[in-house]
Ligand binder design. Structure first.
Ligand SMILES: Cc1ncc(COP(=O)(O)O)c(C=O)c1O
Length: 267
């Protein structure tokens, strides 16, 4: 792993950092392909939106771009960008004036095993997502719900887990957004109560709109997912990952998945 902390190679994170102490921060996981960070504008846009929602000072996008370029290596790697509210005295009260801290890291990104292309085997997680419109959609550092959900299986059989909110509405997988084909149309859960508004979700919606069949965002119940003719997971690294099994029951892989992947390879 290569890392820059506030632009410094080998820089250390202060133990008083508010991201570490309170999860007071944001992150982006960015796919670098052919040496180019994919959908970088959209990642930075979401980050800036999150910074606004959390009341951070405006971020310097040009500086972030330079640091991402500096840390990127080879044709293919993963860049993770973390922005926290910096350090402060003990206590939740955000320091004023506020500052931010940047942690920009890059990892090797081995090609996925050939078996991954066949699709994901998914099941339902017991862990529920709390509703909080003030944080809905934001990719913030508080990810304990996903951590505990991901701790629910380690069987080598399930690849991903689907999560509902506290009211029973289906929201997403632990680290991906979810699309379901219902009556021939792709639908995806609304993310106005919780969930992360994924960059790849945005890309899939943009592609569908381009095809003349915009994705519908709505409240989805478990029964909707269980009756879908196809299911699709999206995230910045995987692109579109079809679901091939739900709770051990086969789910057909929709041709749109391959078509979207081909589109993605061209953008
Ligand atoms: C909880 C959650 N939802 C959705 C996503 C997908 O977001 P993106 O498409 O920006 O990778 C992620 C990605 O890590 C995630 O952790």
């Amino acid at each position: 792993m290569h890392v820059l902390v506030d632009g410094l190679q080998g820089g250390q994170v202060d133990p008083l950092d508010r991201g570490l102490n309170y999860g007071d921060g944001l992150f982006e996981t960015i796919a670098v392909l052919d040496g180019r960070p994919r959908f970088l504008d959209w990642h930075l846009e979401r980050l800036a939106g999150g910074a606004g929602r959390l009341g951070f000072p405006a971020l310097d996008a040009a500086l972030l771009r330079r640091e991402i370029a500096a840390i990127t290596f080879g044709a293919r790697c993963i860049v993770k960008l973390i922005v926290t509210r910096g350090s402060g005295p003990r206590g939740y009260r955000p320091p004023r004036p506020a500052s931010t801290r940047r942690i920009v890291a890059a990892w090797d990104w081995p090609a996925p095993p050939a078996s991954a292309a066949a699709g994901a085997r998914v099941g339902w997680c017991r862990m529920r997502l709390g509703r909080n419109p003030a944080l809905a959609g934001v990719k913030h550092l508080n990810r304990l719900e996903q951590v505990l959900a991901r701790a629910e299986w380690d069987d080598g059989v399930m690849d991903e887990g689907l999560m509902c909110d506290e009211g029973g509405s289906v929201i997403s997988a632990t680290q991906a957004n979810l699309f379901a084909k219902l009556a021939g149309r792709w639908v995806t859960p609304r993310l106005d109560q919780c969930g992360v508004a994924g960059v790849m979700r945005r890309a899939f919606c943009a592609w569908q709109a381009e095809q003349g069949s915009p994705v519908e965002e709505r409240v989805l119940a478990r029964a909707d997912i269980e009756s879908a003719s196809a299911l699709l997971l999206t995230n910045a690294l995987a692109g579109a990952w079809p679901v091939r099994e739900l709770e051990g029951r086969p789910v057909p892989v929709d041709g749109d998945c391959g078509e979207f992947s081909a589109w993605l390879a061209r953008v």
